[in-house]
Design a binder for this molecule. Structure first.
Ligand code: HPA
Ligand code: ZN
Length: 333
């Protein structure tokens, strides 16, 4: 199975570029930018990645971001992820970035966006991997701050395909961001949101009905609500599940309890993704291998997960057909 998974052409739809910052690059950038890290070695950093919940992780993740200062830093971060993804046969990826994590530290949005987009272009040329970028609002901050971020992004809006919503979920419900999502929609952005990772099924309903999302990030807690599962199926809503992330953040106790297979059986457009691969123990292959072993997934299940990802991705019909062709070739082999 391992070799089959490694060879499968893949699509990643839930990846925080800041969450791909490996400890080695964190140290390299800290040195380059004269920043003190609260760790003395790569091993010490990895040992700190023992999280009880989402907030434990976010505290460490935002601290790690402080080494990212210059356009070149964002370029190096993004290029390293795309190279790794291409090595794992990822054909296409849709990357979140959190502008406010950087603008709050005085880094210009343009610096961040330029570094990411230049790396995306270079990686397309060097490795053939295509990518899109999703501008994600931090939900622990105010809606006014999200609106200011959206406005700052408008002069370069062709660089971003969608807006997203991440960070601390419980206590920061979708309705807090209804206005900024409406504005983003009017500006032509697609819309996604993290919901139902730690928050209740109601946050998923509200993401559908109030934020009018085009795709749902995580969505695990939909399993608590039969009517919601029917609604997601009826809407053909993509769900970007993240198995190793869910285990690391204790969203599931054991991967054997992960809902992805049940979701497939119910006809939902479930997909498998890495979320923050440098923090959660693996990229796409490691996620697929772990979940396949835990749930005894078949080659047919793997095909379904990836054809779902192609279908609910934000690329055009030609690129979808091209990727489906590659996946079909793998299926027949
Ligand atoms: N959930 C919420 N916010 C995040 C995550 C996540 O898994 N990763 C990075 N920001
Ligand atoms: Zn996420």
């Amino acid at each position: 199975m391992r070799e089959l998974i490694e060879k499968m052409p893949k699509v990643e739809l839930h990846l925080h570029i800041e969450g791909s910052l490996e400890p080695e690059l964190m140290f390299q950038l800290a040195k380059r930018n004269n920043i003190d890290l609260p760790y003395s070695s790569v091993e010490e950093v990895r040992a700190a990645y023992d999280f009880g919940n989402l907030q434990d992780f976010l505290d460490i993740y935002y601290a790690g971001c402080k080494v990212l200062i210059h356009e070149q830093d964002f370029y190096d971060l993004t290029y390293a992820y795309l190279k790794k993804a291409a090595e794992q046969n990822v054909m296409h990826t849709e990357m979140f970035f959190d502008p406010q994590t950087h603008t709050e530290r005085g880094i210009e949005l343009e610096t961040v966006a330029k570094g990411i987009c230049k790396a995306a272009k270079a990686a397309k040329e060097d490795f053939g991997i295509s990518s899109l970028t999703i501008l994600s609002f931090l939900r622990h901050l105010s809606e006014e701050a999200a609106i200011a971020t959206l406005k700052a992004a408008l002069p370069m809006k062709d660089k971003f395909i969608a807006v997203g919503l991440d960070s601390s979920e419980v206590g920061n419900p979708p309705q807090k961001f209804q206005k900024v999502y409406q504005m983003a929609g009017e500006e032509g952005f697609l819309k996604v949101a993290h919901a139902g990772e730690e928050g209740p099924a109601q946050y998923i309903w509200d993401s559908l009905n109030l934020l009018k999302i085009d795709r749902l990030d995580h969505g695990n807690r939909a399993m608590d609500d039969e009517d919601l599962l029917k609604e997601l199926k009826q809407r053909k809503m993509g769900l970007t599940l993240c198995p190793l992330s869910n285990r690391k953040l204790q969203v599931v106790k054991d991967l054997k309890d992960h809902p992805v297979k049940k979701m497939l059986n119910k006809g939902l457009k479930a997909t498998v993704n890495s979320d923050d691969p440098a923090y959660f123990g693996g990229y796409m292959n490691e996620n697929f291998i772990a979940i396949t072993e835990a749930l005894n997934l078949s080659k047919r299940d793997l095909f379904q997960l990836t054809s779902n990802a192609i279908e609910v991705s934000f690329v055009n019909a030609d690129r979808k057909a091209d990727m489906m062709h590659k996946l079909n070739k793998w299926m027949k082999a």
